[in-house]
Design a protein around this ligand. Structure first.
Ligand SMILES: C[S@@+](CC[C@H](N)C(=O)[O-])C[C@H]1O[C@@H](n2cnc3c(N)ncnc32)[C@H](O)[C@@H]1O
Length: 250
């Protein structure tokens, strides 16, 4: 399929910001618009921001994954950040999981964005919840090299995403979290750090504690609860031993 090119006005911000080389993604990040298949421009919502998009793009470029899984596609900004890098690598594919409950337009627009960019061949959308899609991937022995978690941010859902992503990832695989400053997601990250064997990666994102309320900023700083995306590389597989499962010995 022929790729769509989007013209930005001369001297516009798009011409100056060093973003992934994809006009469809740049249009979403800079102009804040995505397109419905009927051509209507729609304001992008719920998307990852420019620094997080760039970090995701750079990480995929550097690590050259064979397979990436993302949880939470929305209008496809993280999706295009990943796919642009895979396409530049000329290697790898992406599975995006999103049930789009009560939001059929979201799905239409996201898939249209992928098609406009010319990446449909590298992409598969699983139209379901992560808590059913991830076990199916485990059952199929699918081993992604990177899992990007940006679905339901409630603690229980984010925790299940993290738990199952850990089961999918091989050693050296990467688990990344958007909205890492949310208390619920932060708790999940604390679990990962305490009870699994991962090391945090430096993907070029500074820690960010800024909040509109100075008191909240101070609390975030004290807790080490940075808002930027956080990336973790799996060091070792870990399963609880018999004694932690309360199984009597032989
Ligand atoms: C914050 S948005 C994702 C934004 C997207 N990563 C981007 O950069 O544009 C969250 C998405 O998660 C989806 N979602 C909600 N619950 C989910 C679940 N249990 N499994 C997978 N996706 C879910 C929502 O439909 C929504 O599209």
């Amino acid at each position: 399929m022929e790729r769509e090119t989007t013209e930005f006005p001369q001297g516009s911000e798009a011409a100056t910001v060093d973003l992934p080389p994809n006009p469809v993604l740049r249009e979403a990040l800079i102009n804040g618009t995505v397109r419905h298949p009927d051509g209507t421009a729609i304001s992008v919502v719920a998307n990852i921001n420019i620094p997080n998009s760039l970090a995701l793009y750079r990480t995929i470029r550097e690590r050259r994954p064979e397979l990436v899984v993302e949880i939470g596609m929305a209008y496809g900004v993280s999706t295009l950040s990943i796919l642009t890098a895979l396409d530049e690598n000329n290697h790898g594919r992406l599975i995006s999981i999103d049930p789009y409950v009560g939001w059929p337009t979201g799905r239409l627009v996201a898939l249209n964005q992928v098609e406009r960019a010319g990446y449909s061949d590298r992409h598969e959308h699983r139209h379901e919840f992560s808590y059913t899609a991830l076990p199916a991937l485990i059952m199929n022995h699918t081993t992604p090299d990177l899992v990007y978690i940006d679905g339901n941010h409630n603690f229980d859902y984010a925790f299940v995403d993290c738990f199952l992503a850990d089961k999918l990832l091989p050693v050296r695989g990467v688990m990344a979290f958007n909205d890492a400053g949310w208390r619920s997601v932060f708790k999940v990250i604390r679990f990962l750090n305490r009870y699994r064997r991962y090391r945090e990666m430096d993907v070029g994102l500074p820690v960010k504690y800024a909040s509109r309320n100075p008191l909240f900023s101070m609390i975030k700083r004290l807790e080490g609860r940075s808002s930027n995306d956080r990336y973790f590389e799996k060091v070792e597989d870990w399963e609880p031993s018999g004694d932690t499962m309360n199984i009597p010995g032989p």
